[in-house]
Design a protein around this ligand. Structure first.
Ligand SMILES: [Zn+2]
Length: 171
């Protein structure tokens, strides 16, 4: 297993629409192992494949979000699709691809996601609060949508400028 570098905004790869996973292969399992290690090393609540540069429809959620057990395994969702939304609430949201940025975003309070797991079984579950938020956030990544798309024009400009400055510094 390996901790992989996270793709940081404004890297254009984050705007790609990820492609469906055709089969659960050993390559996919290895990728998921690396993504788990990367997610825990960076203390993210979730991680989409595109954030490590792989444009496929797959994301992880920290198992702790759902289980409240610090040893809970990550939840792996392949080809996930949100099939229902309920309610709405505002909350601060961050993203591993936007280090240091937190913005208030309105999301559905509850949502149900349908996906395939690594055993090739169809799974469906409903998340509430922070879990619902994480599902919607990661699903956005699969469609090239980012937290910056959920804020007003001015704030968007400010964040964009700040991220480009930070990028310039590291190059
Ligand atoms: Zn994110």
């Amino acid at each position: 297993m390996a901790v992989l570098p996270i793709v940081i905004y404004p890297d254009p790869r984050l705007r790609q629409v990820s492609q469906p996973v055709e089969a659960i292969t050993d390559n996919i399992r290895r990728l998921v192992d690396d993504m788990k290690e990367t997610m825990y090393a960076t203390q993210g609540a979730g991680l989409a494949s595109i954030q490590i540069g792989k444009p496929i429809r797959l994301f992880l959620l920290d198992g702790m979000l759902i289980d409240n057990d610090s040893k809970a395994d990550a939840i792996v969702l392949v080809n996930p699709e949100i099939i229902s939304y309920e309610g709405s609430e505002e909350g601060d949201e961050g993203c591993l691809s936007f280090p240091g940025i937190f913005v208030p975003i309105t999301r559905a309070t509850r949502c149900t996601v349908r996906a395939t797991n690594l055993d090739n079984e169809s799974v469906e579950f409903t998340g509430e609060g922070i879990v619902s938020r994480a599902i919607q956030h990661e699903t956005d990544h699969l469609n090239g949508r980012l937290i910056i798309d959920h804020v007003g024009k001015l704030k968007r400009k400010l964040i964009d400028r700040r991220m480009r400055k930070a990028e310039a510094k590291t190059h």
